[in-house]
Design a protein around this ligand. Structure first.
Ligand SMILES: *[C@@H]1O[C@H](CO)[C@@H](O)[C@H](O)[C@H]1NC(C)=O
Ligand SMILES: *[C@@H]1O[C@H](CO)[C@@H](O)[C@H](O)[C@H]1NC(C)=O
Ligand SMILES: *[C@@H]1O[C@H](CO)[C@@H](O)[C@H](O)[C@H]1NC(C)=O
Ligand SMILES: *[C@@H]1O[C@H](CO)[C@@H](O)[C@H](O)[C@H]1NC(C)=O
Ligand SMILES: *[C@@H]1O[C@H](CO)[C@@H](O)[C@H](O)[C@H]1NC(C)=O
Ligand SMILES: *[C@@H]1O[C@H](CO)[C@@H](O)[C@H](O)[C@H]1NC(C)=O
Ligand SMILES: *[C@@H]1O[C@H](CO)[C@@H](O)[C@H](O)[C@H]1NC(C)=O
Ligand SMILES: *[C@@H]1O[C@H](CO)[C@@H](O)[C@H](O)[C@H]1NC(C)=O
Ligand SMILES: *[C@@H]1O[C@H](CO)[C@@H](O)[C@H](O)[C@H]1NC(C)=O
Ligand SMILES: *[C@@H]1O[C@H](CO)[C@@H](O)[C@H](O)[C@H]1NC(C)=O
Ligand SMILES: *[C@@H]1O[C@H](CO)[C@@H](O)[C@H](O)[C@H]1NC(C)=O
Length: 637
């Protein structure tokens, strides 16, 4: 009997407590009304939203609670506490939030997601007939809701626009300082919401889990809830997700009307979702590793392909005989890089033997000119390379230094010092460029003479240039004349290189005996040198087919003027009065002397340098001496 009474008392008590107050330390097996994304996990966590965007979820205590003693009465005091955690997809950006909500209906499926927080939609927002009271935990600064920031707590009445809100945080009981809390941190936090039906004070307090309830509430408002809360209302939660998913979890929940404040047993709360943050992290790390591995594989494939392409692209020819020249060799790749892949922008010019590119050697940062010479036969190349290398040993301040070479299939690359001022002909013959001062011209003539004399005399082997002309004279940074391209013509004889023009030497510079003997000598170089210095003094090309016949060949024209006593009229008109008469006289006459039809009558380069330096005066010359072929005599001798 007594057992029976106790039993009934127990039933009665359970029933009563079910309607007045309840406490859930975890939700395993708890009867809640769920909709949308809401669910209870196997661990006993109430999950309001899962990894789905633009959706809501609701969880309500299944039966309505009595908030008023009678319909007309004031709202009774009530209080609730719960522990929550928000685990975001991205810890820096929120999207939506969740609310504790008191509603006349547990069907809020028509409410919208995102900033509408799953409590109202655009149509019924703010409508007094909603009878909705909510406390929002919002991670999104919504302009529509006039939110204060993207991490706030607010009291909402009938809509999503907060009646009162504050940034999430708490006032420490220890020092009275406010401390921020980050809703998106994934850390569990406890909330206390209390309403005093007597003085209508509505308080919301927030604190990190395991901290006692702070004495000072985060939000404290005086609100007459009589017209908002009906006598029977449902209590629960709404979760809302915007564009990024958030997991909203409730770990435990207590509620009571007109009674003692509920208390949770924090040590028996379910642990956070299998450590979702770390799970997510693990997933992301795995994904990262996978993509990294994939990337590495792809990179390897790309590298291998690139290496094959590169090998082909930068392939060179190496023969045993070249071993001794190894120190004079440049890797093709280096030259390729130096000239940025032989880009058109770096093309300096197209000479008789091929294109010349400007380059910057990547390692040494030395500026170079790279000449690409195409060649056919293997035989000639060997001799040529040997010669080129030995020519590379020639050092004279009026010669363009050859730095080395590179050999590829069908092609030779010659690396020279870079001459910043380009070739002399551009200064002499182009209208645009400023006229060269006479002193500069005279210095260039002397320099070239000195360089050529070095080639003829100062080496164990006579080097004949064969192609002296203004366009083969380059100007260094100090405007010194430097002979370039020496030795290349020889290569043509070996049959090793292909020339773009089929003649060795240049018309206007070819000594007349070459037509008969085809044998180049130092005298034929002197002949060309004569034509060259006339070019410099007269500022016109050795051969100008467009001029009237008597003026076409420079040498003939100067000669004719000399005979008429008007030799100075052949000087470059651009010089104006800027010249030294003695020097001009010397250059013009020396030019004629060098161009003597008879090779034996021409002076040697050694003599020429002496004349130019003023060491020896130019012999007196008479025009008739030029006609007596092969018998020109110096008057002094
Ligand atoms: C989220 O919950 C809904 C409803 O329970 C379910 O249909 C959906 O598959 C869940 N999505 C994920 C990603 O868990
Ligand atoms: C849950 O509660 C509702 C309302 O009290 C009730 O109708 C339903 O049967 C309950 N469900 C379970 C599984 O207890
Ligand atoms: C807004 O919500 C109300 C109440 O739940 C519902 O009647 C209405 O159809 C909803 N409107 C829209 C556009 O969903
Ligand atoms: C508020 O909602 C009620 C019932 O849904 C409706 O009749 C009324 O027109 C709404 N008021 C406003 C201002 O939208
Ligand atoms: C708390 O957050 C606010 C902005 O929400 C910021 O101005 C303030 O400096 C923060 N305080 C601390 C102690 O971090
Ligand atoms: C509610 O307010 C009244 C009047 O200020 C006060 O006497 C009472 O203690 C308060 N109740 C609670 C639970 O704070
Ligand atoms: C509400 O908060 C205020 C200020 O923190 C406090 O004075 C008051 O006692 C609190 N009321 C309740 C019902 O907790
Ligand atoms: C609260 O509001 C109700 C209805 O609006 C009113 O009857 C009551 O007097 C109000 N209470 C106080 C204390 O103002
Ligand atoms: C819940 O209600 C019962 C009966 O009304 C009461 O004895 C108990 O103390 C209440 N518990 C809390 C936590 O308020
Ligand atoms: C709280 O939960 C723990 C673990 O479930 C239990 O050992 C302890 O007795 C509980 N405390 C109270 C006051 O119920
Ligand atoms: C989550 O994992 C971290 C480290 O992975 C651990 O320190 C933390 O205690 C775990 N939290 C929970 C609730 O399991």
């Amino acid at each position: 009997m007594s057992v029976k009474i106790f039993f009934w008392a127990l039933i009665l008590r359970l029933g009563l407590s079910a309607s007045d107050n309840f406490t859930y330390n975890g939700f395993k097996g708890v009867n809640l009304s769920l909709d949308g994304l809401a669910g209870i996990t196997s661990d006993g966590l109430l999950m309001l939203t899962n990894a789905t965007t633009h959706k809501t979820g609701h969880a309500f205590f299944p039966s309505p609670l009595r908030f008023k003693k009678s319909q007309a009465d004031n709202v009774l005091s009530f209080s609730t506490t719960f522990v929550f955690a928000i685990i975001p997809e991205d810890q820096t950006v929120g999207s939506g939030g969740f609310t504790f909500v008191i509603s006349p209906s547990k069907d809020l499926t028509h409410a919208s997601s995102g900033y509408l927080l799953g409590i109202v939609n655009e149509t019924n927002n703010g409508n007094a007939s909603n009878h909705i009271l909510a406390v929002e935990f919002d991670t999104w600064k919504s302009p529509e809701a006039e939110d204060i920031n993207s991490n706030h707590v607010g009291i909402d009445i009938n809509g999503f626009i907060s009646y009162n809100s504050k940034p999430a945080g708490f006032t420490s009981d220890d020092d009275g300082k406010f401390q921020n809390l980050t809703l998106l941190s994934g850390e569990p936090m406890q909330v206390w919401i209390e309403y005093n039906g007597t003085n209508m004070q509505f308080n919301v307090t927030l604190a990190p889990l395991l901290k006692p309830k702070p004495k000072i509430a985060l939000l404290s408002s005086t609100v007459n809830l009589s017209s908002i809360i009906l006598d029977r209302m449902y209590v629960g939660f709404s979760g809302s997700v915007g564009t990024l998913y958030l997991y909203h979890y409730i770990l435990g929940w207590g509620f009571s009307i007109d009674g003692d404040a509920p208390e949770l047993n924090l040590s028996s709360l379910p642990s956070l979702p299998q450590n979702l943050t770390s799970l997510e992290k693990k997933r992301k790390t795995l994904l990262l590793w996978l993509s990294l591995t994939l990337l590495l594989v792809l990179l390897n494939v790309a590298c291998a392909t690139l290496m094959v392409v590169r090998k082909k692209m930068f392939s060179e020819l190496h023969d045993d005989w070249e071993l001794e020249f190894e120190s004079n060799r440049f890797p093709y790749e280096q030259l390729y890089k130096a000239t940025r892949g032989f880009k058109g922008k770096y093309l300096l010019g197209i000479g008789g033997f091929g294109r010349v590119y400007r380059g910057l050697l990547p390692a040494s940062k030395v500026e170079v000119a790279v000449k690409r010479v195409s060649h056919e036969s293997k035989q000639g190349v060997r001799e040529f390379v040997a010669e080129i290398v030995s020519l590379g040993k020639l050092r004279h301040r009026n010669l363009v230094q050859l730095l080395g070479y590179c050999r590829r299939k069908g092609e030779l690359l010659l690396v020279y010092e870079y001459m910043p001022n380009g070739s002399l002909d551009k200064f002499l013959f182009s209208e645009a460029k400023q006229s060269l001062a006479w002193s500069l011209r005279f210095r260039i003539i002397k320099g070239v003479a000195s360089g050529l004399q070095y080639l003829h005399d100062c080496w164990d082997q006579v080097v004949i240039h064969r192609d002296i002309k203004a366009s083969n004279v380059l100007l260094d940074g100090d405007m010194n004349g430097r002979l370039g391209d020496f030795g290349l013509a020889r290569l043509y004889d070996h049959g090793a290189v292909t020339r773009t023009t089929n003649v060795v030497g240049t018309p206007g510079f070819l000594a007349p005996e070459l037509a008969r003997t085809c044998k180049v000598t130092t005298s034929s170089d002197v002949f060309a040198f004569g034509a060259f210095i006339l070019e410099v003094a007269c500022g016109r090309r050795a051969l100008e087919p467009n001029k009237q016949e008597s003026e076409q060949v420079l040498v003939d024209w100067v000669f004719a003027n000399w005979k008429m006593g008007t030799i100075y009229e052949t000087k470059d008109p651009r010089l104006g009065k800027d010249y030294v008469l003695e020097e001009l006289d010397l250059v013009l006459k020396l030019g004629l002397l060098c161009s003597h039809p008879s090779p034996s009558a021409r002076p040697s380069m050694r003599q020429i340098t002496r004349f130019l330096n003023g060491d020896v005066p130019l012999p007196e010359m008479l025009p008739y001496q030029f006609h007596a072929s092969g018998s020109f005599l110096f008057k002094n001798e």
